[in-house]
Structure formats: structure tokens, C-alpha cells
Design a protein around this ligand. Sequence first.
Ligand SMILES: N[C@@H](CCC(=O)N[C@@H](CS)C(=O)NCC(=O)O)C(=O)O
Length: 236
Amino acid sequence: MTLTLYQYELSPYADKVRRVLRLKGLSFDTVEVPVTKPGKYRAVSPTGKFPVLVHDGTTIVDSTDIVRHLDKAFPSPRVAPDDPAHAALATILEDWADEALYFYDLTMRNWPQNREWFIRDLLHNEKSGLARSLLAKLIPGALEKSTKAQGLGRKSEATVMADLAAQYDALDRLLQGQGWLAGPRLSTADIAVRVMLNVLDRTVEAKALLHARPALLDWAKRVDSAAPPEGLSITP
Ligand SMILES: N[C@@H](CCC(=O)N[C@@H](CS)C(=O)NCC(=O)O)C(=O)O
């Protein structure tokens, strides 16, 4: 049996899949997709997005679908909740983390005070100095285009922070008196939300939000201890 994960190492979606693979005790290979040559593995990913998992010749695109596939193929331990109401909540929370929370990260990492380390980490595998300096110039504009199209990138830093604080408050509230986000044990909801908070934590602004919320911080530590964030060659 072979499992090959095509990934951008830094991506929270890849982090989600790696945590689930390890939780299930599965060994796997990784192939790093070069940021400067995303087309190199176009044949592997019809959408051009990564992560992609190839399991014995079957290709699964999108971290949510990959995790669902892994839960079917390797059900022990299951990461989807057993109870249908908890499973419904986990489905919504995972999609919210992937599609909404992610844009806070995209927007905030492009703020001038965060941009330098973000670009350095993104290009950590790139050897050519010329490509590095060209990309360092192009990336901020490309990010801005995408966050402005989505909408968050049109807001002031103060408004984005107030919006994100409200989301962190909601998570903190959900966790009062319960250990996990969707049901009595760790689930896809916890892992999907945690990987986004983990990348957001790289900005001083979001890190302060997390550390000001004890229930949320305690939960983050418990998720990391149950499903550790191994596999990064660079330290967030
Ligand atoms: N919904 C997808 C999102 C994956 C995604 O957006 N990956 C980014 C890297 S973090 C990507 O491949 N970007 C390249 C592109 O958009 O062309 C998932 O859950 O896997």
C-alpha cells in the first residue's frame, strides 16, 4: 500500500492531511510542489490546487475529500464524529475554517509588518536569487488581488482584527464546558480549525487574540497533543 502526499509544506491544508495520516498511524511519502513551478504537477492536480493524495494509484484532490477518503479506507481511529448532529456541525466548521478563516490568514500575512517573513518562508525552497526577488515583488500584488476579490482585503486592518476577534470569541464560547468543537472527542472540526489558527498564529495580531482566550488556547494545546503538527522543516 502506498500513500503519496503532493503538498506545499507550509499550507494549512497539507498540515490537516498530515495530522490525520499520523493520527491513523499511516506512513506516507511527501512530494513538495515548487512554489515557482506549480505547473510541474499539473497532471496530478486537475484543479491546480494542493494537497493531493495518491493512494495506490487513486488520486484525491482537496484536503476535505482526502480526510473523508482516509476515514473510509482506514477507519481507526475515525476523525469524523459518529453522531449525525455532531457530524453536521463538523462539516460546517471544517468548511468555515477552509473557506472563511483562511482568508484572514491570506489578508493578514500580506500586511506590511508580516509580509517579510511570509515571503521568506514561502520561498524557502527556491534557490535562484533572481526568481526569489522577482517573486518577492509579485506575491504581494497577487495576494492583494485575491483577498480584494473575496472582500476581506478591502477592509482596514482595524476592521479585519475586530472581525477576527469576533470569530475567536465564538470559538472560545463554543469550547466553554466542552473539550472539543463537535462532539465528545477530537474530530475533523478540531483539526481543520486548529491548522488555520496555527498559520494565523504566525502573525503577532492573531497570536495575541489566541493567547487572550484561555479556553481556546487550552483547546489548541490539546489538539496539538492529540494530533501533532509535525512535518514542517521551517519553524512557524
Ligand atoms: N479546498 C482546498 C484548498 C487548497 C488550496 O487552496 N491550496 C493552496 C495552497 S494553501 C493552493 O494550492 N494554491 C495554488 C493555487 O491556487 O493555484 C483544500 O482543502 O485542499
